[in-house]
Design a protein around this ligand. Structure first.
Ligand SMILES: [Zn+2]
Length: 402
């Protein structure tokens, strides 16, 4: 936070004296400046501590993933081992049956009766069938072995990549932590310096509120405490701006400060510089301001184009109350109401839905009225700077004139 972007005098950049500047001194108390530094240090310290605490958690997440991949690999490998054991079992069953068959064949040479021969033949067929069953099982295992090999290869590749990643993460986390610790030490030193520069009672107030609300300091802007959003009494706001004593927000107890660099409303030049959206030439809804509208004085007018006809409603510009009835005429509004659109009529931004307009009835809501006034101010500031630029251009073209 820089404290030196205040303006020394009540002069704007273009050299005009700002008459409305009720508060001549735009400065900050040293206590408050130190509190701003303290608040920044407190925030940074908190952020760095959180970051330092979060780094091991990130490594732990990857480590858990790594353990998961390792388990998948182990499972795939033990499945292969189990298949190999099964295969040996089937192979030995086959060789057992083959031995039986050759034994039966030997016996069949010595049999005496047809029944005995048939019985042996039956045993041989049975053994052959069992061999085929075991052979099928071995074939199944061979097919699934290819899949299992692929599983193992995939898990091994993943494990390798994850191991590399975790090593990288660990190195980064170590570096980051070291860098954070260094910054933390710096911010702690800044914090000590800032605290030493603040009055003890004020520091107690700051600490007490910060403990309960997270922050002990708040900027006052646009008549509000920015931390709790409560409107400040005009006297309180002026006291904060004057910066001659420490002021506390009555609502949240935070110590208030005012930074003119952040307050556009206090700087008319900034308001004029702010870009204004330009009303669209073709639109179904058009708002205008007239400074002198018959007997009514200052008014806002809205025209709605709809299906070949246009309507007009007039509102008092200070109260927002509707004046007279809605007028409907044939044709687009510029053709239908030419007498309204005099040279001094100012076209404004404004586009509200038809249902909103209907809901308002015969009176503009405050928010709408405020929006129209704000746009009017911007439009005037814009035309002012345009005409000045024009007259300056005229002067430089004709130096002899005037
Ligand atoms: Zn507050």
């Amino acid at each position: 936070m820089q404290a030196n972007h205040r303006r020394g005098s009540g002069q704007s950049r273009c050299g005009h004296v700002i008459k409305s500047m009720a508060v001549p001194l735009l400065k900050m108390l040293p206590d408050v400046q130190n509190l701003i530094a303290l608040q920044q240090a407190d925030r940074e310290i908190l952020r760095l501590r959180e970051e330092i605490a979060a780094l091991p958690k990130r490594v732990a997440v990857i480590e858990a993933r790594l353990a998961g991949t390792r388990a998948v690999l182990e499972k795939a490998k033990s499945a292969i081992k189990a298949d190999e054991a099964s295969r040996r079992k089937y192979e030995s069953a086959i060789s057992d049956q083959q031995q039986k068959i050759s034994k039966y064949r030997d016996q069949s040479l010595a049999v005496k009766t047809n029944e005995q021969y048939k019985a042996l033949l039956h045993e041989i067929q049975f053994a052959e069938q069992d061999i085929r069953v075991n052979e099928d099982k071995i074939l199944d295992l061979m097919v699934s072995a290819e899949i299992r090999e692929k599983d193992v290869k995939a898990a091994e590749g993943k494990l390798k990549a994850e191991t590399a990643e975790i090593e990288k993460e660990k190195v980064e986390a170590r570096q980051r932590t070291a860098e954070d610790e260094k910054q933390l030490a710096e911010w702690n030193a800044k914090r000590d310096t800032a605290r030493a520069g603040v009055d003890a009672d004020l520091l107690r107030q700051y600490d007490r509120v910060a403990k309960h609300r997270g922050t002990g300091l708040s900027e006052a802007r646009d008549h509000k405490c920015l931390a709790c959003q409560v409107m400040l009494r005009p006297q309180t706001y002026n006291e904060v701006r004057a910066a001659t004593q420490v002021v506390v927000c009555e609502s949240c107890q935070r110590i208030l400060y005012y930074d003119p660099a952040n307050d556009e409303a206090a700087d008319p030049a900034a308001v004029a510089r702010r870009r204004r959206a330009h009303p669209k030439f073709e639109s179904s809804q058009a708002w205008y301001y007239r400074a002198n509208f018959g007997d009514h004085g200052e008014v806002f007018l809205v025209y709605i184009n709809s299906k070949g006809t246009s309507s007009r409603q007039v509102y008092d510009s200070s109260s927002g109350r509707g004046l007279g009835d809605v007028l409907v005429r044939e044709g687009e509004y510029r053709l239908a109401f030419p007498e309204d659109l005099t040279d001094d009529a100012i076209r404004l931004n404004g586009s509200w839905s038809e249902s909103e307009l209907e809901e308002w009835g015969n009176e503009l809501p405050t928010a709408t009225l405020d929006a129209l006034h704000r746009d009017l101010d911007l439009a005037r500031a814009e035309s002012h700077s345009r005409s000045r630029a024009r007259s300056q251009a005229a002067v430089s073209e004709h130096p002899a004139a005037s």
